[in-house]
Ligand binder design. Structure first.
Ligand code: HEC
Length: 452
């Protein structure tokens, strides 16, 4: 980075204080050594960061409430940009950076260095600098484009829900149509993305889908295979190479779409959304794709107990769910789920034989506006022996100290409405056998040897 080169790493003193769960108060403070003249300019230092990390959503037609396309935009919103990036609220990817596995695919988090550059630029009066230093504007995909298109091309199949009008205000709505997929042989899925079209992005709280088979009498029976899960803000799901997430032959999709009339947070449209359609894009492996193990997306955590979940007014609660498998597994992705009172969530592995517990992932500044499936990089996805226990914890805060809490004086119980609570995790799991587990462990040891 230019900034780093000019002033030298020693002059960068980073003071980062993060109060537990205190994202709103947390600040990264930049201090440069006395007497060193650090010039941070938009053209030379900041434009490339904004173009790469922000403009995709913050442009006309994007989901962000303000535009961050050119210098005038950035200058105008400089204070807000500083606040959002130093609190790690933007880009919206909520995953603790000081605990657990940090190597993730499609990780949107900014580096400390980029955050410092932005903070210092704002503190120096947000100067333009020399226009000759301006990078060319990156080519951005169309705002209605699938997010995986730049890397995977267009989806092989697109399955739309039937259209429905969503009123400007009122109670939560559910829409559960069936839609044909049109694939006649069993296939393996490479990636999935759910995409509410146009303004619907603000009102579709979540959209889950399962594969179903149509019977002769026109009724449907589930195949037991979940297609995917979507909640507001989610990018999509990538299935690791070499395994198979099954798309069963001749199946239909059953949508389960939860809409929140008027919308949630700043994304709220507060208007009638006509012909709301949600689409599922499916990228498939070729028909002769070879694989050894199956992979699926499942619901885990405080499963049975969550129906009894009850948060008292101004109260705090915690849940814990446990899961162990009778065969070894590889954990491919992690996504906590909760609503407005959820504050944080963690995933640990407990090894009964050694008594050791390992924290795998943690989100301590949860926001119901942004759901991400955190996808582990291939070489670090946890390999879990049979019998080890996944420990899934969630903390709920129904007090006024929770900035997302609409009303701390309410009792909140389990339910599907946005104002109710839920407590569970979506996990992508590859189901191995002992041989496969030993082989993967061995492969990683070999790689580690080569690197060291
Ligand atoms: C995935 C899309 C996305 C990306 C990427 C993104 N934003 Fe945002 N941004 C949003 C949305 C949606 C909102 C409003 C909802 C919210 O605050 O969560 C928002 C809100 C904001 C706000 C508050 C606006 C206001 O009205 O006060 C600022 C400032 C901001 N973003 C700056 C940035 C910056 C700077 C980056 C890059 C470092 C960035 N955003 C990256 C989607 C995005």
């Amino acid at each position: 980075m230019a900034l780093q080169n000019r002033i030298g790493p020693a002059a960068l003193a980073l003071v980062a204080t993060f109060a537990f769960q205190g994202a709103a108060q947390a600040q990264v403070t930049f201090a440069s050594a006395d007497g060193i003249d650090v010039d941070v300019t938009y053209a030379a230092d900041v434009a490339s960061i904004i173009q790469k990390n922000c403009t995709v959503c913050h442009r006309p037609g994007g989901i962000g409430p303000i535009n961050l396309v050119d210098y005038d935009d950035a200058k105008r919103y400089a204070r807000r940009i500083r606040r959002q990036v130093s609190n790690r609220l933007m880009p919206p990817y909520y995953y603790d950076n000081d605990i657990g596995i940090q190597e993730l695919k499609h990780d949107w988090r900014l580096s400390d260095e980029d955050i410092n550059t932005i903070v210092e630029w704002v503190d120096q009066g947000a100067p333009m600098g020399d226009p000759a230093d301006m990078p060319a504007m990156a080519d951005l995909p169309d705002t209605e484009e699938w997010s995986f298109t730049p890397t995977l091309g267009t989806p092989d199949v697109v399955v739309p829900s039937s259209p429905i009008d969503v009123p400007a205000s009122g109670l939560d709505l559910w829409h559960r149509p069936f839609a044909p997929i049109g694939i006649t042989g069993d296939r393996c899925i490479k990636a999935l993305q759910v995409k509410p079209s146009g303004n619907a992005k603000g009102v579709v709280h979540h959209a889950n889908s399962t594969f179903q088979l149509r019977q002769d009498d026109g009724s449907f029976v589930g195949t037991g295979d979940r297609a995917t899960e979507y909640a507001m803000g989610k990018l999509g799901e990538l299935i690791p190479d070499g395994v198979c997430r099954v798309l069963p032959a001749d199946s239909w999709l059953r949508w389960d779409i939860h809409m929140y009339p008027g919308g949630l947070g700043t994304l709220a449209a507060d208007e009638v959304i006509h012909d709301n359609v949600v689409e599922l894009g499916i990228w498939l492996h070729p028909e002769d794709y070879e694989y050894e193990y199956k992979q699926d997306l499942g619901l885990y955590g405080f499963m049975e107990g969550q129906r009894d979940l009850l948060l008292p007014p101004n109260g705090i609660e915690m849940t814990e769910g446990l899961k162990s498998f009778d065969h070894p597994v590889r954990l491919d992705s992690f996504q906590p789920h909760g609503h407005l009172r959820l504050r944080s969530a963690s995933l640990e592995i407990f090894y009964p034989e050694t008594g050791r517990t390992e924290v795998i992932s943690m989100v301590s500044n949860w926001s119901a506006v942004w759901h991400q499936s955190h996808i582990y990089e291939d070489d670090v996805a946890p390999l879990i022996p049979a019998g080890a226990v996944l420990v899934m914890k969630q903390w709920f805060d129904n007090t006024a100290a929770n900035p997302n809490n609409p009303d701390p004086d309410q009792w909140v119980d389990y339910g599907s409405r946005t104002a109710d609570e839920m407590s569970h995790f979506w996990l992508g799991v590859t189901h191995l056998d002992e041989d496969g587990y030993d082989r993967l462990v061995e492969e990683r040891k070999e790689k580690a040897k080569i690197i060291s």
